[in-house]
Design a protein around this ligand. Structure first.
Ligand SMILES: C[S@@+](CC[C@H](N)C(=O)[O-])C[C@H]1O[C@@H](n2cnc3c(N)ncnc32)[C@H](O)[C@@H]1O
Length: 225
């Protein structure tokens, strides 16, 4: 299978790890390479690529045609227009964490299957939504592409709420001592330092950011040892 770049290759490696699936959903598909590659490599028997805009959907259709892979294409805001499908894997990649959380909120039980989520921003909002709404993050895989760190979350609905700290929202709860995670924690650290300066300039208490900064620095020093 040809490379889709580190970020989407990681998503596909998780489809492989948890699959094979009978029906995979690629929400916000644009080029639709997640859906196309999953079907092409036999990781999913069938796939639906959906996008909220016709232009990206057409982009995906052209790619599927060029590669000779059968994928269904549906114009849909999140999973809203996909009620007729019974997915066993839903991939939502390359969108903001708040938007992913909103899509899951509206999806209800349609999201009660293997979820592979790759937020570009606001990972804290996404983790908060998941932990407070009965979703369990079973793994987080860290990867970088063109110097930017990403987390890919593998999630399942268990109905159980997860206790978490402020630092967990930004750093996750796994924190492996590898180079990829060190990059991810390094970015979280520099963002926390900026928020801390903002809090101080407004005369607000920076205690939450102080705790997060200490935990991010601990993760980085664990990697350096
Ligand atoms: C940056 S692209 C990501 C494409 C691909 N999933 C990836 O990770 O490379 C984001 C795509 O999500 C689509 N999108 C944004 N909001 C959406 C929504 N509410 N429902 C479905 N698709 C959406 C956009 O039109 C765009 O094609």
């Amino acid at each position: 299978m040809r490379s889709l770049g580190n970020r989407l290759d990681t998503v596909l490696s998780l489809v492989r790890a948890y699959g094979p699936f009978s029906l995979l959903s690629d929400v916000g598909s644009d080029h639709a390479f997640v859906a196309i590659s999953a079907v092409q490599s036999g990781l999913a028997a069938a796939a639906v690529a959906s996008d909220v805009r016709e232009g990206p959907l057409e982009h995906g259709r052209e790619n599927a045609k060029k590669l000779g892979v059968k994928v269904d294409f549906v114009l849909s805001d999140g999973l809203d227009a996909l009620g007729a499908y019974r997915f066993d894997c839903v991939c939502i990649c390359g969108m903001g964490g708040e938007l992913i959380a909103d899509i899951l909120r509206r999806a209800g039980e349609k999201a009660f299957c293997r979820l592979l989520l790759q937020p570009m921003t606001a990972q804290d909002d996404l983790r908060k939504y998941l932990w407070e709404n009965g979703f369990t993050i079973e793994s987080e895989t860290y990867v970088s592409e063109r110097g930017k760190p990403y987390a890919v979350l593998s999630v399942i609905h268990t109905g159980k709420e997860t206790r978490y700290s402020y630092a967990d929202l930004f750093l996750g709860q796994f924190r492996p001592a590898g180079e990829e995670y060190a990059r991810y924690a390094g970015k979280a650290l520099s963002q926390a330092k900026k928020r801390r300066i903002g809090l101080l300039s407004r005369g607000e208490d920076p205690a939450c950011e102080d705790g997060l900064i200490a935990e991010a620095e601990a993760a980085l020093s664990a990697y350096r040892q």
